[in-house]
Design a protein around this ligand. Structure first.
Ligand code: ATR
Length: 277
């Protein structure tokens, strides 16, 4: 029987996931469909029940349901449980629904695609302490990166993540700016630089190390003010598109046991996003 998948969220119309997964089904000759479903907070529980009843093989979960969906699932992957958020649901062969989180791992895959897997000893500075930062922090630890500092406007939120990780350091924005030259990898995980946002730069980059790696999770625009500034200081740039494509690829792999071609997808979406400029 034809398999079907979905992404649920509110808003959902602009999601790039349906096109991405549909292209991968075609490329890999998989008879499946992937549809965007507009699900409001009030209808989340009944939407999950409907997806279950109607036999979806799995689905992605996006804003604002990544946390609130958790009680409606039967099982959680341990990393998703630690992160406190789910972006992927798998319908297991016995019909149980299991939640995973592929966002943080998607980021690490994208980072390692750009810089290799041999830089685990580097000092890393993560800017931001929201949901996205939390996912990235736990995924970095899971993949063997242990020298992590987190800075955030509200430093208590950075301290909370560090406490849960059981390692690392929380820094005020001021402290992070002053000690920036110590970090080989800087990750921008706040909403700064998003198209249509007034919030441009989360911290001053005056002391950025030459040759440091600067990664952003925002991919629209591809070049955020943070990346432009870092590039001027001769940093190696990693934009947010790789994270988006790899989180999708990891979900795809959970559902279908195959890792789709991410390089072609990144090229294709880069071209699309460049046309928007
Ligand atoms: P997400 O799930 O995308 O991470 P979030 O959980 O709302 O979204 O987190 C947003 C992040 O961007 C937080 O680190 C937030 O800082 P605070 O914890 O201090 O709120 C950061 N952020 C958002 N707007 C900001 C602004 N104008 N100045 C500084 N930091 C900002």
């Amino acid at each position: 029987m034809k398999k079907w998948f979905a992404v649920i969220g509110d808003p959902i119309a602009h999601s790039k996931s349906p096109n991405m997964h549909s292209a991968w089904f075609e490329e890999l000759n998989i008879d499946a469909a992937y549809i965007p479903l507009h699900v409001t907070n009030e209808s989340l529980e009944s939407a999950v029940a409907s997806l279950r009843t109607l036999g979806a093989s799995g689905w992605n979960v996006t804003i604002p349901h990544k946390q609130t969906i958790m009680p409606f699932l039967d099982e959680l992957d341990s990393l998703a449980e630690k992160m406190g958020a789910v972006n992927t649901v798998v319908s297991l062969p016995d019909g149980r629904l299991k939640g995973y989180n592929t966002d943080g791992a998607g980021f690490v895959h994208s980072l390692e695609e750009a810089i290799g897997k041999h830089k685990k000893e580097q000092d890393i500075l993560l800017i931001g302490a929201g949901g996205a930062a939390r996912g990235i922090a736990f995924a970095l630890q899971e993949y063997g990166y242990h020298n992590l500092a987190i800075t955030n406007r509200t430093v208590e939120k950075a301290e909370e993540i560090i406490r849960e990780l059981g390692e690392g350091q929380a820094l005020s924005i001021d402290e992070a700016e002053q000690s920036l030259d110590k970090f080989g990898i800087i990750i921008q995980s706040t909403s700064a630089g998003l198209a249509n946002s007034d919030f441009k730069l989360p911290l001053a980059l005056d002391k950025l190390q030459e040759g440091a790696i600067a990664a952003d999770i925002v991919y629209n625009p591809l070049m955020t003010p943070f990346l432009l500034e870092a590039q001027k200081k001769n940093a190696q740039i990693v934009n947010g598109l790789g994270m988006f494509v790899h989180q999708g690829a990891i979900s795809f792999n959970y559902w279908l046991g195959q890792y789709p071609n991410t390089n072609n997808m990144i090229k294709r979406l880069t071209a699309e996003l460049n046309q928007l400029i």
